[in-house]
Every structure is written in structure tokens, then in C-alpha cells.
Design a protein. Structure first.
Length: 288
């Protein structure tokens, strides 16, 4: 059985969520924007269109047959366990979410992977359009990881499609620049990644970026001791120290960024001195 979430359910869900978040971002913004929203949305959607096209020709021909094979031959952990379908799907989502946490850490820790992931992080503002802005090469490289996840966990076509839809909704939500009532966000954050939490991961301060790696459940950051919630959003500068000027993060520049000369990400340009960091705020050099 190769059942999966039909496109007529997932597409309106994702597009609808994006629309609602765009509307809320106008009405109740969480952080002040540096660049024009229209410009950034256009740029990020262009990056997204390229990535979607790249995934169509690279990911689908790999993961679709692979999940079908896992289903048919009962490969992987969950398929061996012969669980009721609802439980298998639920556990697959949890295990995919955890292994995505590990992948996210690797994209930061392994220098050649960071060259690609940094394109996502050099956005000078953070909103739901940032959720769509991953360099196509990062996504293509991640297919290998995805294939490993599918084979080891035993991910069926249904499990994969449910997870992909849920993940898409989750990343749109936690990248969004929506000011939720604090109490509501605090409660949601006990379970899932929220905008204030993920804002800290996009901070210019290295120690803050090196926290909050989860993409769905906050459980993984809690278990690994990498959860950080004590940074007020007003103190966060979004981005990385090496790329602070809008003219350095244009569409053309971010597309070639992974292949060009690499800048030390955590140093400010100019005299190249490392940014002195105070944990609760901005690098001193920026405010000087
Ligand atoms: Zn990241």
C-alpha cells in the first residue's frame, strides 16, 4: 500500500498557513524588520522556487521508490515491529523529527555543510518566508540523510508524507515574525518549537545560534540541554556577523555564497576582529 497525504490536502494546508502567517506578521509583528518585507519575500520565494524545482528532479525519484520498497519488504525498525498503522506513523514522525535535529546540528558543525546552511541564516530578518529559504544544494545534499532515515527507521510513504506536511507547517510557524501572547507561546513551547524560541537560533550571537536546534518537538533540545529561552526578542539581531549589509545578501550573492570564498562567519567584516560577545545582547562592535 503506497497511500500518502493527497496534495489536495497538503497544498491548501501549507498555502493557507503561509497566508494566515503573512497576515498575522503584518498585524502583530514580533521583531522590527531591517529590510523591506516585499523585497525579502520576493527573494526568499525565488530561492524557494529553485529549491522546489531541484527537489522535484532529485528527491522524488529517490524517496518515493525507497519508501515504497520499505513498505513492500518491511525494512527498518518500525516495519520490523509490525505495529498498528496509527502507532507506526506517530513513532515515525517522532523518530524523523529527532534525526532531523541531529542533521540540523551537523549542518552547523560540519564546515562544508555550514557553507550551504548559512544561506538560510544570513537573512537579515526572520519571518515565514525565511522558512522557505534554503539553498537548493543544501536540500539536495540532505536527500542522502533522508534516505538513511527512511531505511533505518522504516518510513512508509504514508508516514513520510504526514511528517513532511507537519514539518512544513511547523517551520512556517516557528520562523514567522508573529507576536503570540506570551502565556500562549510559553504553553505551546512545552511541546513544539515557537517563534521566540527559533528567533534565538537565528541570533547574530554565536552561543545563541548554537541552541534551539529542534524543528518540531522541543523535547530534543530539552534532552540534549540545548534549549535556550532566556533571550528577550528585542535584544536579538537576526543574521550572522560576517554578512550585515543588505547588498551582501542579494539573491545573486546568496545563490553563489556556498561556492565562493568563505568568510569567517562569526567575525565582523572590516578589521576582521572577532565580535566580542555579551550573552544577553549584541556584539559590542556593532553598537560602537
Ligand atoms: Zn540553523
Amino acid at each position: 500500500m503506497n497511500r500518502k497525504v493527497p496534495v489536495w490536502i497538503s497544498a491548501p494546508l501549507v498555502c493557507g498557513a503561509f497566508g494566515v502567517l503573512l497576515w498575522l506578521e503584518r498585524r502583530r509583528p514580533l521583531r522590527r524588520a531591517v529590510e523591506s518585507k516585499l523585497k525579502r519575500n520576493a527573494r526568499n520565494l525565488a530561492v524557494a522556487a529553485l529549491s522546489a524545482a531541484a527537489l522535484q528532479v532529485t528527491e522524488r525519484p529517490i524517496t518515493e521508490p525507497l519508501t515504497a520498497l520499505v513498505e513492500r519488504r518491511r525494512w527498518g525498525l518500525l516495519k520490523k515491529a509490525r505495529l498498528p498503522e496509527w502507532l507506526e506513523v506517530a513513532l515515525a514522525i517522532v523518530l524523523l523529527d529527532y534525526t532531523l535535529y541531529v542533521w540540523h546540528v551537523l549542518t552547523h558543525r560540519i564546515p562544508w555543510l555550514w557553507r550551504f546552511h548559512v544561506v538560510h541564516h544570513v537573512d537579515l530578518d526572520l519571518d515565514s518566508s525565511t522558512a522557505l529559504r534554503f539553498h537548493f544544494a543544501e536540500l539536495v545534499i540532505s536527500i542522502l540523510w533522508r534516505a538513511g532515515q527512511v531505511l533505518l527507521i522504516g518510513v512508509s510513504p504514508l508516514s513520510l508524507s504526514v511528517w513532511q506536511t507537519a514539518l512544513f507547517l511547523s517551520i512556517l510557524f516557528h520562523h514567522s515574525n508573529v507576536r503570540l501572547p506570551f502565556e500562549v507561546e510559553r504553553r505551546l513551547n512545552l511541546l513544539i518549537v515557537t517563534p521566540r524560541m527559533h528567533g534565538i537560533h537565528h541570533s547574530i550571537v554565536r552561543e545563541e545560534t548554537n541552541s534551539n536546534w529542534s524543528s518540531g518537538l522541543t523535547l530534543w533540545d530539552r534532552l540534549h540541554g540545548t534549549l535556550r529561552l532566556n533571550v528577550p526578542q528585542e535584544e536579538i539581531i537576526i543574521g550572522v556577523p560576517a554578512y550585515r549589509a543588505p547588498e551582501e545578501v542579494t539573491l545573486a550573492k546568496i545563490l553563489v555564497m556556498p561556492f565562493g570564498e568563505e568568510r569567517p562567519t562569526w567575525q565582523l567584516p572590516g578589521d576582521g576582529k572577532p565580535a566580542r560577545i555579551n550573552l544577553h545582547g549584541t556584539p559590542d562592535q556593532l553598537s560602537a
